[in-house]
Design a protein around this ligand. Sequence first.
Ligand code: GTP
Length: 597
Amino acid sequence: MKNIRNFCIIAHIDHGKSTLADRLLDYTGSVTEREKQDQLLDNMDLERERGITIKSHAIQMDYVFEGEKYVLNLIDTPGHVDFSYEVSRSIAACEGALLIVDAAQSIQAQTISNLYLALENDLEIIPVLNKVDLPSANPEEVTDDIVDLLGCDPEEVIHASGKTGFGVDNILKAIIERIPAPVGEPNEPLQALIFDSVYNPFRGVETYFRVINGSIKKNQQIKFIATGKTYGADEVGTLKLKQQPKQEIKAGDVGYVITGIKEAKEVKVGDTITDSANPTKNAIGGFEDVKPMVFAGIYPVDTEDYEELRASMEKLQLNDASLVFAPESSAALGFGFRCGFLGMLHMEIIQERLEREFNMTVITTVPNVSYHAFTNKNPDEVIIVNNPSDLPEPSTLNRVEEPYIKATIITKSDFVGNVMSLCIEKRGQITNQTYLTTERVELNFDMPLAEIVFDFYDRLKTVSKGYASFDYHPIGMKQSKLVRLDVLLNAQSVDALSALIHADNAHNIGKKMCEKLKELIPRQQFDIPIQAAIGAKIIARETVKALRKDVTAKCYGGDISRKRKLLEKQKKGKKRMRQVGNVEIPQQAFMAVLKLN
Ligand code: GTP
């Protein structure tokens, strides 16, 4: 155990985490030329394109240092707040972290939020000044920033370049010398932390774990404490580029186990694995059953594809346990599914995977958080509202509650004013303001979750010129003046366009919503009135004027190929349209309420 080191790499996006991980694998001879790909740790195509490591993985390296053999386990962490729970569990499996800072960009938002997560878990931090090869690198200044942030000595900051390989030897030396070896009791009952799982269509779910105490052996009967289920450990091993089956994984080490589980949702990140005959008394702390934060309807563009969509979602759920869905129907869109996601990025990923991997064309409706409603008849009975149409009639409503969060924002003092205005606009209440240094300020707000899941990040990034780190945790439900804003097209209410919003904003949003829809809905052969309503009260109105002439009429006398082109264009535009009554609605219209500013 004394020659094991478990560590992760934390960094702001694009500061060079994947590139440096590759260099570590190269240097330790963990990859053969043939196995080399550009970005070894990012497996899925989608991940590579977005440059975000969506799922955490782990890899083991062997390294001889001063005549001693060491085992280095690198645990990768996803870099987006949608997956912050997974990040926290990956960090909990380590004793140390490389904190990578781009020598040209210096400390950025995620550097700070990730650092705090690592410090909360008492990790040893090794600061790495990366990309020193860049002509725009500013090593002295950025080193000062790092020293300020960590309170370390300038000598502790390792200068490196993932591109040239400079400094990689020093990083490995620091991993061995500075990160403590794991401590654990090999003879205690098994206690292992699940930090990730990967779905394999042939072998079932592979569960990644870090053994805290005891050991896990091939063919052992093991139990997952949170789910209470027992399995046989058909195969255990360590994670090299390819999996290496082993007889036993001991305290302090990292490995995988295959038990024949076929569904991702049986394996919960943060759960504790123990021996079923001789179980540990203590589950590892910090386990949470991750709940979806954002709900939206997903409907097939073509109503006939409903069953195919269901089959695709079921397959997706096999390997993505955080996706939940239930059938729902909409008067406007027909049959579809109400889906729960970890956040907006997760929602986009699911939508994209449905389209790419399953060839589905879908319509997604306005996302919302989960509300609690109470009626006058039963003021103590919670009605969970995951869909605006589930909100009881306003006249029968006793009250509505919405989820609140405590937000922590760290920014430069120059941007405090901007950040405060944004948070107040988003119904936030400032609870605290602390100057960390003369330059950096920490702000705390209580805010409705609904206000931050949508465009908050982008807005925050803009008003702070990218220099704001942001984190939040839920603080429970609070009563709120919420109303359902309905939209009528051609005097018909379109349920899929309804949204729950704060009463004080209703008139303003209703008006903007009508204006936006007017832009988005194509003109047709007749006038289309667009109305926004709260209950029976119409609060705004616009009209899409009828189209007088055939589209091609414009090309009257023009050549035929031009005409054909125009028709083709129209056809393409149609792909994502949905016929509701006699009005055609494009996909963007269903998201219009989110794009009002
Ligand atoms: P995410 O996975 O998206 O968080 O990014 P990352 O932190 O893994 O960054 P990645 O390794 O993908 O590198 C980001 C960009 O910086 C890429 O274009 C790399 O080629 C480049 N890069 C990484 N390390 C270095 C370096 O040491 N020097 C120079 N000049 N460029 C680098």
